[in-house]
Design a protein around this ligand. Structure first.
Ligand SMILES: C[S@@+](CC[C@H](N)C(=O)[O-])C[C@H]1O[C@@H](n2cnc3c(N)ncnc32)[C@H](O)[C@@H]1O
Length: 275
């Protein structure tokens, strides 16, 4: 069977799990063969030599298992990151958080940043690439996340700019000055019923407590306690009112909420005024 015929044969098996079934079969095929899309265009009529391997991956993908875990890759900010099971897959809306942080950090000389919940490392790695004189401490409660983030830091040659520490929120964070705390923490309500595909991702990267915003509130408290001026966070689409009220308790000069690509409330940037 040719490559073209093989793609046509397997695409219908993915119709229930993706709106781009043919594209996903192509991605899996290219992953197995370690080739790029240009190669595929030139070789559609070639014999397909990897049908057995492809069939295995298609079978797994048809259970809603994420494509990114099958290929160990996800793109973020135009770059290809390594991803692994047990660590959250990067989401495109987190690029908006990085953009907002960059706008502030580019005007600070030698900025010092703390990231809470580094996951695969996407936020810290991109900030390190965008701002060469930055120093980041990046923490996570999950060893798998720390190890993966280290791999990505190495891949993008920013290891010298990021120190990784295993920590429950601020617990093991060294007592030093930070200009900014940044976080995309777990913010989903504990009893929320996840879509099938998200169930393959680690629950401690997703659920933020009974209301969902408990970890965000802890991060706000700790940012104030540690006299950090800027806090940039991603949040749930329905958490603006509760977080607005919470932040109002603290002295601040600026608070901006921002929306995601679907025009849903998705995060905030606050500038605290410390005594
Ligand atoms: C939503 S994921 C974000 C990962 C990555 N920063 C991103 O944007 O893709 C949240 C991360 O916070 C970590 N985390 C959860 N609870 C934590 C805690 N108490 N202290 C530190 N990290 C925590 C999880 O392990 C997970 O990697």
């Amino acid at each position: 069977m040719t490559i073209e015929q093989t793609i046509k044969k397997y695409a219908p098996l993915l119709k229930e799990v993706t709106h781009i079934p043919q594209k996903e079969v192509e991605i899996l095929l290219l992953f197995i063969l370690d080739k790029n899309p240009i190669w595929l265009h030139l070789n559609y009529k070639q014999e397909c030599t990897c049908e057995t391997e492809l069939a295995k991956l298609i079978k797994k993908r048809a259970t809603d298992f994420p494509l990114e875990y099958l290929t160990s890759r996800a793109s973020f900010y135009g770059e290809s990151f390594i991803v692994k099971e047990n660590v959250l897959i990067p989401r495109p809306e987190t690029e908006l958080l990085v953009e907002r942080a960059e706008l502030i950090l580019k005007d600070i000389k030698n900025p010092k940043v703390l990231e809470i919940g580094v996951g695969s490392g996407i936020i810290s790695v991109i900030l390190a690439k965008l701002i060469p004189n930055i120093q980041i401490i990046a923490v996570d409660i999950n060893d798998n996340a720390i190890n993966l983030a280290k791999l990505n830091a190495k891949k993008f040659d920013v290891e010298h700019q990021i120190t990784f520490i295993k920590s429950d929120l601020f617990e093991n964070v060294p007592d030093q000055h930070f200009d900014m705390c940044i976080s995309n923490p777990p913010y989903i309500q504990n009893d929320f019923k996840l879509p099938r595909n998200v169930k393959f991702e680690p629950s401690n990267a997703l659920f933020g407590g009974h209301e969902g915003d408990e970890l965000l509130k802890d991060i706000i408290d700790n940012t104030v306690k540690n006299k950090i001026k800027f806090l940039c966070c991603e949040m749930g689409f329905d958490q603006k009112n509760s977080l607005n009220k919470y932040i109002a308790k603290f002295n601040h000069t600026k608070l901006d909420f921002y929306k995601d690509y679907e025009k849903l409330d998705r995060g905030f940037v606050v500038e605290f005024k410390h005594e």
